[in-house]
Write a new protein. Structure first.
Length: 583
């Protein structure tokens, strides 16, 4: 630690670490935090960057001015200027800032020549005071635009706590007595941040009480006036916390008017994302800097660039299993048609390579792999390879499956287990291997599990198949609730009678005295499926639409909808129907 002199005879405590030969990254915290806020992020960036972080005035070992006016954002900007002039003279620095620390950087960027000193700025939960003012006041002046007016009013009300925080004497006392500790509890109970990831210094309560003057110095000033020309000429990456209790996501919707080089990443997080999403934040900064240095641009950053033209699923990676034929092939083709890069797999090597070739012929990008989804270890190795070579898929479609016909007592145990291992086990394996990676990435995503109309329409002659698909159905309902906490969606697709090759490859387990009827029955079913004229392309379109709309359950084909409704309203009808005549 060393000290840097700033305006008003203030000394700022500065901490330096990381790679001395790397580009300089300055980390700036907000209230009620200290430089310790970044303890979870720093180890992930230390090999790549020379890291400079400091305690804001009133915090830690930095000076604590007594006058409220010395906590204006202009003073925070002075402190930042003093730090970079001392720590990185003549160098353009990258900046990562949170809360009031971020507001202070926006203030610095309003100054002439600021772009000569900042190479990039990543902002978390701390918009420009000028942009905030223009949004709130501008919205409240437009009552004839109800949606915009209500948004402006909502954001103003969410900042009303700042009025209390602006009261001298009373606010600091309340912070010491219960507010600082209450924030800690809220981070654990409300935001779900484990206690070991709460990054607070030993002087946390004292620092919070001392630096709370930042509210009195800036709240009313921000609402009274704003610059009309706060344009920012440096590359800015905004990490928008969609569960932020204080700063709503929609206030960032128009800042591209002020920031021509803008990237926006939305994450399902509360206000203190540096604690809850440290790996995601570190990766976002590294990808942003790599891009600005001319290295290959990460797919997620391409998707985050505001104003960039793209197809529906442009800059998106989609994984589809069972893509060698049928629904899997049609789904891969549909996503590729809409701009996605696809990773396709199937146990049938020839089939999946044919799908990849078709996609390439149509101008798409596909990577083909051979995979047995029933092999959990193979799926895990596959996921590791895909994530290493192409990145974490944004959309995972667990489609691979097999058909089976036969009464339970006529079906060998090994065959019953095989159907469950592929149809249900394959979905579980895919969700386990890719679901964890989607959650750890922190930027959301979507999983699609292909079930069947058979999941809710019992048939005695399809015991193994219906059971496996019913398991997929319930598994999806359970997992959907779990993944929602991380912003990962999950859709269960339930196709009806679809004209694919599944009947041709379906195994029939029947008593010996009925074996001679199998071929005729298979031909009869194939003819009925073909006459239905409902191809896998329609299922593929339903899958794409469900991802876009984040649908939970999606029956496909009229009969699938009808039976879904009957199964919910009149379940006994479904049970009675299952007793009908079979092969």
């Amino acid at each position: 630690m060393r000290f840097v002199d700033s305006s008003g005879d203030v000394q700022i405590a500065v901490y330096e670490e990381g790679n001395p030969d790397g580009p300089t990254l300055v980390l700036v915290h907000g209230w009620p935090d200290s430089h310790v806020l970044w303890d979870g992020v720093v180890p992930l960036l230390a090999d790549r960057f020379r890291i400079v972080r400091y305690d804001n005035r009133g915090v830690g070992h930095s000076s604590a001015p007594k006058s409220t006016s010395e906590y204006r954002m202009s003073c925070y900007a002075d402190d930042f200027a003093a730090v970079i002039d001392s720590a990185a003279p003549g160098e353009k620095v990258h900046v990562l800032a949170h809360d009031w620390g971020s507001v202070g950087i926006w203030e610095y960027l309003s100054r002439s020549g600021a772009s000569d000193h900042i190479a990039s700025f990543t902002s978390i939960s701390g918009p420009s005071a000028d942009h905030m003012n223009r949004f709130i006041i501008g919205s409240l002046k437009r009552p004839y635009h109800p949606r915009r007016f209500l948004r402006g009013l909502s954001q103003l009300l969410r900042l009303s706590y700042m009025i209390f925080f602006s009261i001298p004497v009373l606010a600091p006392v309340a912070v010491r007595l219960f507010i600082a500790d209450g924030i800690k509890r809220a981070l654990t109970l409300r935001d779900g941040i484990p206690a070991d990831r709460l990054q607070h210094s030993e002087s946390y309560e004292r620092d919070a009480a001392s630096s709370i003057k930042v509210y009195g110095a800036n709240y009313f000033r921000t609402l009274r006036s704003a610059r009309k020309d706060h344009y920012v000429n440096v590359p800015v990456q905004v990490i928008v916390t969609t569960r932020d209790q204080f700063v709503r996501p929609f206030i960032y919707d128009e800042i591209n008017h002020w920031v021509p080089r803008l990237w926006r990443r939305d994450i399902k997080s509360g206000h203190w994302a540096p604690m809850s999403h440290a790996p995601m934040i570190a990766a976002s900064v590294a990808e942003f800097v790599d891009h600005l240095e001319g290295k290959q641009t990460a797919r997620g950053l391409l998707r985050a660039q505001v104003g960039r033209r793209r197809d529906d699923f442009g800059d998106t990676l989609v994984s589809v299993t069972g893509a060698g034929s049928g629904i899997g092939r049609a789904t891969a083709l549909e996503f590729a048609k809409r701009g996605a890069e696809v990773v396709i797999s199937d146990v049938n090597e020839a089939g999946v390579k044919q799908t990849a070739a078709t996609i390439a012929e149509r101008g798409g990008v596909a990577h083909a792999y051979t995979l047995d989804v029933a092999d959990a270890d193979a799926v895990e190795r596959f996921a590791e390879q895909i994530c290493e070579e192409h990145g974490v898929p944004d959309i995972v479609v667990n489609n691979a499956g097999v058909g089976h016909t036969g009464m339970f007592l006529d079906t060998p145990a090994v065959e019953y287990d095989r159907v469950l291992d592929i149809n249900f086990g394959g979905v579980v394996n895919g969700c386990r291997s890719f679901g964890r990676r989607l959650v750890d990435r922190g930027t959301g995503g979507h999983i699609v599990n292909v079930s069947s109309m058979a999941a809710y329409s019992p048939q005695q002659s399809m015991n193994a198949y219906s059971t496996s698909k019913a398991a997929v159905f319930m598994f999806g309902d359970c997992l959907r609730a779990e993944l929602d906490q991380a912003g990962v969606g999950l859709t269960t697709i339930c196709p009806g009678v679809i004209d694919t090759d599944i009947v041709r490859t379906t195994r029939f387990d029947v008593p010996a005295d009925k074996a001679d009827r199998v071929d005729a029955r298979r031909a009869q079913i194939e003819k009925a499926f073909a006459a239905r004229r409902y191809g896998p392309e329609k299922v593929a379109k339903a899958i794409v639409s469900s991802v876009q709309k984040n649908k939970a359950i999606r029956p496909v084909a009229p009969e699938a909808y009808v039976l879904y409704g009957v199964s919910r309203v009149l379940p006994q009808v479904m049970r009675s129907t299952a007793r009908g005549k079979v092969l």
